[in-house]
Design a protein around this ligand. Structure first.
Ligand code: NAP
Length: 333
């Protein structure tokens, strides 16, 4: 009975996976809009910035790596986009404030703010150094709170605006060996839900908060993540990062409180709503085998948590993530 019910839930939701495509209507809506995108030097953020440039939006790109931002800006300009480069560490409220001010000075308003920057930490909770857990929360949660606070103040003054926060399927389904990451992403989803209620109660209908919940996707995230598991980070059936990029841009134009991306994220999200304990156990068992038992050995690393890494100014990730993440380290600019 239970598997049948699960199937009945998953199949219609799987159809939702194909609803986030960008067409001519979205091009018209995006043209001229002003976006702020954090974490734009690689992965989803870079893809979103490139896609927006192609749609004619004006975009402020932020991350720690200036060269990564300059390279995406050059590509965006070649696509005819207007872009502002603002090197920013999202864990510092003053740098986030500077990002907003520089954007307003250049473009005059902010229509969409995308809190995408994020970091990971894999391993048994107590074997990950406490300073790594703390830094992860500084980036993944405090960074999102800083960005959300700045964006909502600006949106209230303008009377309109869309905040897009990048959560994860782990916002809904917590995963073993990624405990503080899952906690930070659950907090991001909860923040968005609470903010939407505050906005509703204030009657400002032009403002909304969307949280995007991607499945695992093959970005450089798995070369960047802190990892104390003893094995290379596992990616279980990863999605194409461009599918997530499309969904982020789509939801910025059609805000939804929460948007799982693709059928795997939709299925996990729905299954967890109906069978929370069972789906957590299945996810943990699969992750245990993939991350802690099989897979090539890998040295411990704090990844890009405290300092950015040089490699991977790309949307797509490395085919063999995590095997030498400390190579090519470079101080933040
Ligand atoms: N890939 C996945 O499987 C997956 C799945 C679900 C959710 N997500 C989420 O998606 C978001 C983007 O990740 P991704 O997959 O695109 O990985 P990524 O390629 O590692 O991108 C992360 C971005 O965040 C930036 N960043 C990291 N720390 C920062 C800081 N302190 N201040 C400013 N920028 C910082 C990085 O640039 P710098 O190093 O230059 O600062 C980079 O541009 C993250 O929030 C992640 O948690 C990813």
């Amino acid at each position: 009975m239970k598997p049948l019910l699960l199937l009945c839930l998953i199949l219609p939701l799987a159809g939702c996976a194909s609803l986030n495509r960008l067409g001519p209507d979205e091009r018209e809506q995006a043209a001229g809009r002003v976006y702020v995108v954090t974490g734009a030097s690689s992965g989803f953020g870079r893809g979103v910035a490139l896609r927006l440039a192609g749609l004619g939006a004006r975009v402020a790109v932020a991350a720690r790596r200036r060269e990564g931002l300059q390279s995406v800006a050059a590509e965006m300009r070649r696509a005819g986009g207007e872009v502002l480069v603002v090197p920013t560490d999202v864990a510092h409220a003053d740098q986030m404030q500077h990002l907003a001010q520089a954007t307003l000075q250049r473009f005059g308003r902010i229509d969409v703010w995308v809190n995408n920057a994020g970091v990971g930490a894999i391993g048994r909770f107590e074997e990950i150094p406490l300073e790594d857990h703390a830094r992860l929360v500084d980036v993944n949660l405090k960074g999102v709170i800083y960005g959300s606070h700045i964006a909502l103040r600006q949106f209230r003054a303008q009377g309109q605006g869309t905040l897009v926060n990048i959560g994860s399927v782990e916002s809904e389904v917590p995963l073993a060996y990624q405990a503080s990451y899952a906690a930070s992403k659950a907090a991001v989803l909860s923040l968005g839900r609470a903010l939407n209620e505050e906005i509703r109660l204030s009657g400002q209908h032009g403002i909304s908060v969307a949280t995007v919940l991607p499945w695992v996707a093959a970005t450089p995230f798995f070369s960047h993540t802190a990892n104390y598991s003893g094995r290379a980070p596992s990616m279980i059936a990863p999605d194409d990062p461009w599918q997530v990029v499309e969904a982020i841009v789509w939801v910025s134009l059609h805000p939804r409180e929460e948007l799982p991306v693709g059928w795997k994220a939709w299925g996990a999200y729905a299954a967890h709503r109906v069978f929370p304990d069972l789906s957590e156990r299945i996810a943990a068992d699969v992750e245990h085998r993939a991350q802690m038992v099989s897979g090539p050995p890998a040295p411990s690393t704090s990844g890009n948590l405290h300092r950015p890494l040089t490699q991977a100014w790309t949307v797509e990730g490395n085919a063999q993530p995590g095997t030498a993440p400390d190579a090519g380290r470079k101080a933040a600019e």
